[in-house]
Design a protein around this ligand. Structure first.
Ligand SMILES: [Zn+2]
Length: 120
């Protein structure tokens, strides 16, 4: 992938990371304000057991933040956009829709197929 494309994805990922962290901060603040009231038992469990910021926020956000950071690291290592399964290039269309992906569409479909069958 050329420099320009990498820069495009780098800023896209940075933007997503920023939004995610802002959103997560809001969530943590909301939880602080309404302390004692936890609508979701899953939230309550993570809130009570974890201390650091990253662990306070919802698991879904936490996972996504990790994925975005990994994608940024792959940009630095120049392995971004390459399928970790088969080594093929991941299509731009797929990367633009989901820049944190590590699998090409073919491998992703295969993985989902295996998951459905309960093998993977
Ligand atoms: Zn692949």
């Amino acid at each position: 992938m050329d420099e320009k494309r990498l820069e495009f994805f780098r800023s896209l990922l940075h933007q997503q990371l920023k939004e995610l962290i802002e959103e997560a901060t809001k969530t943590v603040n909301d939880m602080t304000i309404t302390k004692g009231e936890f609508p979701d038992p899953t939230d309550r469990a993570s809130w009570e057991s974890d201390r650091s910021f990253l662990l306070r926020i919802r698991e879904r956000e936490r996972k996504l933040i990790t994925k975005i950071r990994e994608a940024l690291a792959r940009i630095d290592e120049e392995t971004f956009g390459i399928c970790e399964q088969c080594g093929d290039e991941i299509s731009d269309k797929r990367l633009e829709a989901r820049p944190v992906t590590t699998l090409c569409i073919k491998c992703k479909e295969e993985q989902e197929h295996l998951e459905k069958k309960g093998i993977s």
